[in-house]
Each structure stands twice: as C-alpha cells, then as structure tokens.
Design a protein around this ligand. Sequence first.
Ligand SMILES: *[C@@H]1O[C@H](CO)[C@@H](O)[C@H](O)[C@H]1NC(C)=O
Ligand SMILES: *[C@@H]1O[C@H](CO)[C@@H](O)[C@H](O)[C@H]1NC(C)=O
Ligand SMILES: *[C@@H]1O[C@H](CO)[C@@H](O)[C@H](O)[C@H]1NC(C)=O
Ligand SMILES: *[C@@H]1O[C@H](CO)[C@@H](O)[C@H](O)[C@H]1NC(C)=O
Length: 478
Amino acid sequence: MKRVLRRSASKHASTLFKVIVILVLCSFIIYLRSEDHELQKNTVIHGPRSNSKEEEEVLKPNADNDQTFIAAVLVFCATRPDALRNHLSQLLAQRPSHFQYHVIISQDGNKTSVAQVASRFVKDFKNVTHIQHEKTEIKKRNNYPAISAHYKWALDKVFKEFRYDHVIVTEDDLDIGNDFFSYFHWGKQVLNTDDTIWQIDDVQCIIVFRCVSAWNDNGGSNIIDTKRGDLVWRTDFFPGLGWMLSRELWDELSPGFPAAYWDDWMRKPEVRKNRSCIHPEISRTSHNMKLAGKGSSGGMFKDYLSKISASNANVDFSLLPTTVVLKLSYDKRLIEEIEDAKPIDLQNTTNMEKTYNYKIPYKNIRDWHQLAAHFKLMTDIRGGMQRTAYYGVVTVMYNMCRIFVVPESTYQDPSQLTNYVYDPDWDKQNRFIEFETYYCKTKKYLGKCDPHSPEMIAFFKKKGWKKRLDDWGEMIVV
Ligand SMILES: *[C@@H]1O[C@H](CO)[C@@H](O)[C@H](O)[C@H]1NC(C)=O
Ligand SMILES: *[C@@H]1O[C@H](CO)[C@@H](O)[C@H](O)[C@H]1NC(C)=O
Ligand SMILES: *[C@@H]1O[C@H](CO)[C@@H](O)[C@H](O)[C@H]1NC(C)=O
Ligand SMILES: *[C@@H]1O[C@H](CO)[C@@H](O)[C@H](O)[C@H]1NC(C)=O
C-alpha cells in the first residue's frame, strides 16, 4: 500500500540559505507559470476533429493548490478484496488532496476480507469513509437485483444524508488514468454550465447534461486516436464505468430507480429525456480483468473490454474550454465535420488518405451491424441507441482516419443531425439478429429464420429448448 510522501525539511540548513533557496524556487515557479500561460493562450483545442498538427499537442499538467472541495468519490465493492485494494491504491495515489475529494467506500454485504481492506484505507488516509449495505437474501446466480439495491442505497446516502452535490461513481474492478481527477474537475464545470436553453416551437426546454463519464465504450486502442488525450465527445448512450452525476439528477432518478439492470434503465428514452453525457476519446477507466474476473455481464464483452486501457495521457483539463462540449457549439462543429468528411463505402476503406475525415451512411439495423462488424464497434443496442452514439452518429478511427458512421438522413443533409430520433424497436430487431446469428447462420436450424413461425417453435419444443426461446425475449424479424 502506498502512502503519501511527506516532505521533510533539512534541519541543518541555515535560515539564510533557506531564504535564498526559496527565492530562487519562487522565481523559477513564476517563470514556469508564465510558460503555462503562453501554452494556454496558444493551444487551439477543437472538439470532434482530428489530424491537424496543432491538435496533436497534449496539454501539460498544472499543479493545483486549490483546496476547495470538488466531489465525493463513491467506490462500489462487494466481494473482491484484491480488486478493492488495487482500485483504492490508484485513487489515493492520484487524489490531488483530501480536501478536494472525499472517498466513500460502499461495501455490499459483510465479507471480512473486503471490510479489512476498506478499514485499512480509512485508517491511513484522510477523508476516506467506509459504509456497508446489508446484503439481502438474494440467490447467487443473479446478482443484478443486488447491484441495483446497493446503488440506490449508496447514492441516497451520499446525496441525501451526506449532502454532497457532485459524486463520482466508480467500481472496485476499475483501473484509472493518471488524469482521472483533472478530467472530473473539468467535468464538474461542464455539468454546471450546460444549461442550454432551447426555444423549440415557442416551447422552452432545458436540456442539461446527465453525466460525465470517463469511459469510452468504443475505446479500444485499435479504434481510437491515441494521440488525442484532450478529445471529448457527447453521447446519448449512458456509458457508466467511472461517471459523475449531480444531486439534481439523483433527486430525479432516485424515486423510480429500478430493481435490476439500472444501467439499461438509464438508457430508456423516458428516463434519458433527450439528455447526453460526455466521454473522452481515450478512456480514463479500464476493467482490471486479472483482479476482477469477468464482470457482471458474464464475460460477454471481454474481447472489447480487454482492448480498453486507462489513459496515461496526463492531460491538464483545466486548459480545455468547456465550450468544446457545450451543445450549441458542439453540434455546429460536428455538423461541419460531417459536411466536410468524404464519402466512403465498405469496398474502399483501404484507399483512404490520412488528411481527411470520412463518412459512411446506414439505413437500418442490418447496415449498422455490417458497418459495426467491419470497424470493430460494439453492435449492441439499448433504447434504440448504439454505444457512443450521438443523434445516431458513431465515430471510429480506422486506418488512421476519422470515420463518422451516420444515419442516412444526416448523411444526405448534415444540418438535420439533431432531428434524428432513435427507434426503440431497434432493441428487438437487434435481438433477432443475434438470435439469427446463433441459431440460423450456424445452421442449427435450417428452415426460414422466424422465431414466431409454428415451424421454428415446434423445432425448439422438439429439442426441449422452449425455455431458451422464451428467454431471448421479444424479437422483431428484419
Ligand atoms: C476533509 O475535507 C474537508 C474539506 O473538503 C476538510 O474541511 C476537512 O478538514 C477534511 N478532513 C480531514 C480529517 O482532514
Ligand atoms: C454476515 O451477515 C450474515 C447475515 O446477517 C451473518 O450470518 C454472518 O455471520 C455475517 N458474517 C460476518 C463475517 O460478519
Ligand atoms: C425528445 O426530442 C424529440 C425530438 O425533438 C421530441 O419529439 C421528444 O418529445 C423529446 N422527448 C422528451 C422526453 O423530451
Ligand atoms: C469510395 O467510394 C465512394 C462511393 O462509391 C466514393 O464516393 C468515394 O470517392 C470513394 N473514396 C475513396 C477514398 O476511394
């Protein structure tokens, strides 16, 4: 376990010598600061854009001596002492100060080895607290209800009882990037400034950010621009996995918080209410596969997750203007980017030139699946949305080029970007495509692929697989 290093002053140096050293150091610091200032003025930072030389400049870190409180970090854990130790060591090694961030370890259940790790950190560091949620009687096989109950309980506790107004939610199986705190400090400002007021048909609606996430669902090093530590995107798809929310949002979510699958619930249109989150190009969190195992989704996404590693970009986000992700300017720039991008189709993705951005349209879920498979994007759909989608636009780096995968309507006329509406039927269509891939493409079933047809139902019954069929859930044949 790492402890914070304490600086010890030499007892033998004469007072005069100390004064001289301090004076020299001060003028050096003033000199460095003025350099910083130049950097700040001269660094041009764009949002969703790539490939220009000036933007490759990664911002330099900047010491922050401000002791003002910023946020609580709520760490969820249950049964993995080694994972918790790893996660807390990283958090506390990087925490800029115990005044700025309070760490609250929320343990589900009473596993002794986990409680011991938590107590150790509470003892060794300031402003670290350990709270315990009693485990209710839940079958081991399905822990989604337990996870939801724990989330609700702990978030109620930190917002309603401890009265924090901003909370960063993490989990014990996450590794964090070395600019994790800088990112969230900046993210807090973003959360508080995006009160974009819209006038649509004389109706005023306020669209605010829902969250700031450190996670990129399509963040594998093979499909991102690894030089763009400063690049941040808006997304309609709630990413989770290291994310900040405000008390205002929790007050809204808490009463209806679901009994299971809370993250998918967050992605429902009626819960999302057209609001977006932001996420970085380069993930600031990653799954520690070794310490945490498969994760709650049963290893389903292991191939994708293992390619995502936490950033060591060390970006000073305080130098990044919040306007890069505020809706009006962001949308305007994204529209321009899509306008300027060159058309490409799947046959000629090898002929691209590094100096351009490219765009490729999709009309329906089959198109989407084909493109996603080609570019190695995650294919799954929630609330009609693809992971990382913003008004249906998903971006990826491929052969060193930025590609925008865009809905047909936006491809035809990029200015229509914000008119795109997600179709919740895509969830059921997507389920069918997965079903088809599993049973029909593999020739397990040779007839016409339609789970509603009497022939196919009879086939499942004959095999004794009727329950399997029911478990797929509602499907729409496409
Ligand atoms: C914890 O942080 C708060 C400010 O955020 C500070 O006032 C307090 O002194 C800190 N607690 C300890 C034990 O240092
Ligand atoms: C944990 O809680 C259960 C249920 O209340 C109890 O039976 C068990 O003895 C507790 N274990 C420890 C280590 O405290
Ligand atoms: C979201 O935006 C669409 C299109 O502007 C609108 O029709 C819909 O009512 C909005 N939904 C909510 C919940 O605000
Ligand atoms: C790729 O194909 C599209 C459509 O056929 C065409 O418009 C575009 O110019 C081609 N791009 C390259 C780089 O060859």
